[in-house]
Design a protein around this ligand. Structure first.
Ligand code: UD1
Ligand code: UDP
Length: 359
């Protein structure tokens, strides 16, 4: 039986790459379906080139829209695609709309689903991602968890523990595999940044969609930029709102286009501190040992706080937290368990054994 990987958005590509590579090494027949949720060169194609992900076998070209419209388009396109392919297993990643849509379509077609990055919970149902995670986990036959607390959440929700596998974090496989190619000097000089700089990414609806929230975030960043020059590679979502709130003309703030993975990680590796609302960036800074200030009231990744460099901050708390991070010694952390670069092979082993028993 073959495995179909469904991917659609930037964080999916970084998580899928090591799983696809490990299954390929195991000789497992597989294909990659790109939903087209993200479609710009800098949001999509660059990751396939840089991460050695095989070009998608098909791109469904679903594109952007409201949640209902985008999800409806995903469901319709994926139903045709997955019925035609009739795989033995559909593998989905993370918590984006493409993830939930693929899991839902597969479940209704009677196709088994594997969820990579299962069990993360922010306990904040105003986040679209929390809705996607909870529902995807309920629909999954194989659940791959990145942290012990994720395993606990699934047990609390009544998921059969035999389906759950604690495998570590495949996004960190990608980081460790490409680490020698992250060049902070090259990334810094390419953008005319001084020796000491910070990196900012913001794209969560709670920070960028509401003009009052965007204004508060921008005010906090302007204050922070008095202590540290900030490079801000901006996700297309909310770029207009953040610029309207005055991010563009602020002294010490440099707005950049979304960056390719290698350049972004080069910049991250050399940063004195990072401000973000990204899920992946909280994890990557933990492994790189770079102080991370997360501009959110909660995180579905508490292991980056308990075992890493991450701190949650409010807009008002950002500048003081940044000063503290810059003054303090680099936080010593051993890193979360099993974030060791071998998650892809662990997932591949579980999948191939599962296929042997079920197909
Ligand atoms: C999506 C995920 C979010 C994830 C993020 C990673 C959902 C509900 N959200 O958010 O969890 O953190 O991806 O980056 O799935 N756009 C472009 N070019 C693109 C893609 C999007 O310009 O290639 C713009 C469009 O204006 C679009 C907007 O970004 O309407 C939002 O895109 P969408 O995929 O709906 O959600 P993200 O905010 O990217
Ligand atoms: N990333 C990148 N270029 C950028 C911003 C992010 O290559 O300009 C990478 C980075 O590895 C990050 C991943 O894309 O972890 C996903 O990021 P994003 O913040 O879009 O998604 P989230 O993790 O919040 O769902």
């Amino acid at each position: 039986g073959s495995v179909v990987h469904v991917v659609g958005a930037r964080p999916n590509f970084v998580k899928a790459a090591p799983v696809v590579a490990a299954l390929r090494a195991a000789g497992q027949p597989q294909s990659v379906v790109h939903t087209g949720q993200h479609y710009d060169e800098r949001m999509s194609h660059v990751f396939f080139r840089e991460l050695g992900l095989p070009e998608p076998d098909v791109d469904l070209g679903v594109g952007s829209g409201s949640h209902a419209r985008q999800t409806a388009a995903l469901l319709t396109a994926l139903e045709d695609e997955l019925s035609a392919r009739a795989p033995a297993l559909v593998t989905v990643y993370g918590d984006v709309n493409s993830t939930l849509a693929a899991a839902l379509v597969a479940a209704k077609l009677g196709l088994p689903v594997a969820h990579v990055e299962a069990g993360l919970r922010s306990f904040d149902m105003t986040m679209p991602e929390e809705v996607n995670r909870r529902l995807t986990d309920q629909l999954s036959d194989l659940l791959f968890a990145t942290s012990p607390e994720a395993v606990g959440h699934l047990a609390d929700e009544g998921v059969d523990t035999a389906r759950v596998h604690f495998v570590g974090n495949p996004m960190i496989d990608t980081l460790l595999a490409h680490l020698p190619r992250f060049d902070p000097e090259a990334a810094r000089t390419a953008h005319g940044l001084p020796g000491r700089y910070g990196v900012v990414t913001l794209h969560r609806p709670a920070n960028v969609d509401d003009p009052a929230a965007a204004a508060a975030a921008v005010a906090a960043l302007r204050e922070a930029a008095r202590h540290l020059e900030l490079a801000v590679p901006l996700h297309p979502r909310g770029r207009a709102a953040l610029e309207a709130a005055g991010l563009g003309d602020a002294p010490g703030i440099r707005i950049l286009e979304p960056l390719g993975y290698l350049e972004f990680m080069g910049l991250l590796r050399g940063a004195a501190a990072v401000v973000t609302d990204s899920g992946g960036v909280q994890e990557e800074t933990t492994v790189l040992g770079v102080p991370c200030l997360t501009l959110r009231p909660n995180t579905e990744r508490p292991v980056t706080v308990t075992h890493g460099t991450n701190r949650l901050v409010t807009p008002d708390g950002l500048a003081p937290a940044l000063r503290k991070a810059l003054d303090g010694d680099a936080p010593a952390c051993e890193g979360p368990p099993l974030w060791d670069g071998r998650s892809g092979p662990r997932i591949a082993r579980v999948i191939t054994e599962w296929l042997d028993h079920h197909v």
